[in-house]
Design a protein around this ligand. Structure first.
Ligand code: SAM
Length: 271
């Protein structure tokens, strides 16, 4: 299959390139972000500049992280260093905290994210939450539904628990395939994520929380008694007041935190 040519650039599937081309949708996204002059902002995957252009207009200066060298060349041709700082490379490996070095200003992160790396990039970005003011992303609608899912629903899983533990999240609006070139096969949505205050997080050991949540959703059809065997016995379940006969999808974020804190308070996570 041939990649589609857009504005003289051949869209590369391996980089998840679907370029926004609907001016109304672009305006709506930018209005949702509300960029203010002088804010510290980074865009992941600027591509052909659909969002980059209006962002620079409003901010004055923008950082971007882009992996595709051809697109980077275009950005350098179009903008001066006073307007744009281009970080060439893989956003999955990029140290977003380095953009805040020496300053107090919190970082805003935005992007129409490459769909082929959506889950790993969300986990990577969660690691910089303490330096971030907010993040606004376009992702597949299916992923956004999983991010904001409530306990007890089919979409609720590891992604929901680990992101809702750290961020307040809201789905802003949907974007149809026709707003892009080439058009993707699926519907997209815009999601906003704002880090919760540190004192609200509550898990004493976040690595342990992550391991427990991964285990609980590893085999969705099994009960917690089975999936959390390594961490909890009947007495432990009784102590936290959670029925071991439930499946992982029934527990709230707070209940996962309670399990993790019980395990760390008991000393040693494994049974
Ligand atoms: N922002 C543009 C728009 O809205 O039209 C492009 C969006 S396109 C869905 C994703 C962009 O992310 C492309 O420019 C692509 O080259 C870039 N990209 C893909 N993988 C990347 C990665 N690992 N790190 C940084 N950029 C990446």
């Amino acid at each position: 299959m041939h990649d589609l040519e857009t504005d003289g650039h051949r869209a590369r599937k391996r980089f998840g390139q679907n370029f926004l081309s609907d001016p109304n949708i672009i305006r709506k996204i930018i209005d949702g972000i509300r960029p203010q002059p002088g804010e510290l902002m980074v865009e992941i995957g600027p591509g052909l500049g659909a969002m980059t252009v209006p962002l620079i207009e409003r901010l004055g200066h923008l950082h971007v992280v882009e992996i595709d060298r051809d697109l980077i060349e275009r950005l350098h041709e179009r903008y001066t260093p006073a307007q744009i700082t281009v970080h060439e490379g893989d956003a999955l490996k990029f140290d977003f905290g380095s953009l805040c070095a020496g300053g107090e200003q919190p970082l805003r992160i935005v992007g129409n994210l490459p769909y082929n790396i959506s889950t790993p990039i969300l986990f990577h970005l969660a690691g910089f939450a303490d330096k971030v003011k907010d993040m606004t992303f376009m992702l597949q609608k299916e992923v956004v539904m999983r991010m904001v899912a409530e306990p007890g629903t089919e979409e609720y899983g590891r992604l929901s628990v680990m992101l809702q533990y750290r961020f307040r999240m809201g789905r802003l609006f949907d974007v149809p395939p026709g707003a892009f070139r080439p058009a993707p096969k699926v519907m997209s949505s815009i999601v906003r994520m704002a880090p919760l205050p540190k004192e609200q997080l509550g898990a004493k050991d976040e690595t342990l929380l992550g391991r427990i949540v991964t285990a609980a959703f590893g085999q969705r059809r099994k009960t917690l008694k089975n999936t959390l065997r390594e961490f909890m016995d009947d007495a432990d379940f009784q102590a936290v007041g959670i029925d071991p006969g439930l499946r992982g999808e029934k527990l709230s974020v707070e209940q996962y935190v309670a399990i993790a804190n019980h395990c760390s308070a008991r000393g040693g996570d494994a049974r």
